[in-house]
Write a protein that binds this ligand. Sequence first.
Ligand code: AMP
Ligand code: GLY
Length: 426
Amino acid sequence: MKVLVIGGGGREHALAWRLKQSPRVNNVFVAPGNAGTAIEEGLKNIPITAISDLIDFVKNELVEITIVGPEAPLAEGIVDSFRLAGLKIFGPTKQAIQLEASKDYSKSFMLRHSIPTAAYAAFCDPVMAHKYLDKIGAPIVIKADGLAAGKGVKVAMTLSEAHETVDAMLVSNSMGGAGQKILIEEFLEGEEVSFIVMADGKNVLPLATSQDYKRLGDGNHGPNTGGMGAYSPAPIVTPELHERIINEVIDPVIKGMAAEGQPYTGFLYAGLMIGEGGGINVLEYNCRMGDPETQSIMLRLKSDLLTLVENAIDGTLNNIDAKWDCRAALGVVMAAYGYPEMPRQGDVIHGLSELIFKDDLGKDFHVFQAGTKVGGKDGKEIVTAGGRVLCVTALGDDIKNARYRAYEISNQIYFDGFQMRTDIGL
Ligand code: AMP
Ligand code: GLY
């Protein structure tokens, strides 16, 4: 069977790598992919991004199943278009992705369905927003309403930072259209967990739990990023908490979306804050898998990913279970110089080729690539081509061992100006 993965990040490399291991998969196309998916055996990059061209490609190549990684093509309506063309695709519809694409929609949905989340108010008028800030005080959280690639949230510890952020978003348009409306949200404390499920419109299949590190620097300092590292499982999620998350957070979304005539299909990612007393609050829903959480989760997945996706598309997720490696997985992101503001491109990555294997099934690690392309002086080197460049992901008997292994391997890789946290999993 031929399958197609849409996207070009580390998450898509990990999904494509796992799909390739299905005994029923012959070819995995990745559109547009990166240097990692270009080199990996059994994967092939397709330089296509327009939805209508992707549909033509899938029809011509007789691709049977398409899986969407990032939010942008989902927000463009790729799932609706593929379904209209009679093609099988796994992801949420354009309307359903409002859960991620508009924080205001998402918060009012949570209120309608009694899903626990921080108190908030939405503003387009800066004067009203400033007044509200003065009334509530700091710390407080300001969020751009629209999609902002992980950069639309400011956790303001002081009122002056909060006022500055309001002006930046509503007056100076620092977030463009995404920040024309903002949310001002109650500040929550606790531990963050990424809880990701596959949904088929009525049933869910929970994936392994994970935790990611959003700040650029050690000790959670510096700007927010898409994620600088992750591990799976999240030890804080006990079986009891797992059941509560399903009951309080996941089931109500799936039932609520169905009741509102928008059955939710696709990966659904709930970013949760677990308070000290065990209280659960939803920080956000993402209508896709997390990056870099996916890299750790895919390294631990023992079931055939293709079978899981087929059941999700057919509405039969209630019939299957996912099996997981009982070891822990941990991924460390190596990011480009200048990330997240202005990542530099074109730095040659050294040490990678020694770590790429023809057959890596028995290996306890995988280097998933993201912002990379084949280029350089002789056109054969792998060079940086984006913000997050690599995610070195390893298995270990526990998080400590997975951490040791991931850093041991990342130390064999070098490119000028690379940024890497040293405290993932500590
Ligand atoms: P979001 O994109 O909404 O998940 O926000 C990005 C990051 O900002 C989260 O992962 C949290 O670390 C932080 N954050 C978001 N909302 C809150 C909140 N209400 N209280 C404290 N931190 C928050
Ligand atoms: N790692 C967080 C995200 O993918 O949104």
